[in-house]
Design a protein around this ligand. Sequence first.
Ligand SMILES: [Zn+2]
Length: 332
Amino acid sequence: MVEAVTTMNGECPVCGGMERKHLAERRDGHDVVLCLGCGAGYLRRMPSVDEIASYYDSAYFDGRRDDLGTYEGLVSHFMSERLRVRYSQHPSSYHLNWIGRHGIHLAGCDVLDIGTGAGALLVLLSQHGARPEGIDVSPVAARYAHDWAGCGVHAGALPHAGLEGKTFDLITAIDLIEHVSDPGSLLRHARTLLRPGGHLLLVTPNLNLGIRHGSRWYGFTSHFDHVVYYTPQALEELAARTGLAPRATSTVSVGTAIEREVTVDKPERSPADLTRRTTARSLPKRIMRALLRATPIARMAYLAKHFPLRRLPVEDEGMYHHNIVMLAQRVD
Ligand SMILES: [Zn+2]
């Protein structure tokens, strides 16, 4: 078992409930439990805040954190982000289109992106006419994002002195909330940075796949920096508990280069349907095997060149795990 410091009494980080059951053993030895109150998953022994912070050194951003990444890996990650944006195949292009369909008009908006990473979303937001600002715990990523996007990017976590007195029309947190051991505090603080009626966009892996596949789920065999897991219902509960009204929630599938909508507003679609549908769209195995062996940049370049948006295969949800996207609004 992994040594970890318990920072809570074992209560659910989302709803505070104590009733839970074992869900899976993660490959790093952590046990994941399922809250019987709200359906969130979380580590039975939550790592300390310091331990969580130590995940995010520069090696983190190479996408192979579990293999102890390299400087080359970091550069590769930044390059692949640029390729995705250049070919209009960045997952966040999808996120911005999705919130547009739900009535968010980005032109002229002040937007804060929490956990901005390389800054791709900041670049895309600028292209949509928004005024973005970013924050990331990694100084390396924050500097890179600032140079690429040409906007303000703070190194650190919330609350941050550089954001004092500022408010935003929209706050985005893509693939962030699952890294946070006290998500209620984070969202309550984010809410104070929202203007009345302002919106929050959250994207996070969908725990329903972990419930279905147990310890075999990609989310449990890697991504050991995740500490809380969400179903759509648990994510909505978290928002509601922090003064944010959920306005729209969907699940989407992540491809290697593209994010493709699979179950938006179609709850009747079963996992079996999903598997059939995605297998039918998959690449020939020979090409898939070659791609999996290729470097991230080569893989990204191939897919970006040959597959237009929404045609990327989603062959194995373990590899291309599915995300929840949720839009919530500050209510006063
Ligand atoms: Zn709960």
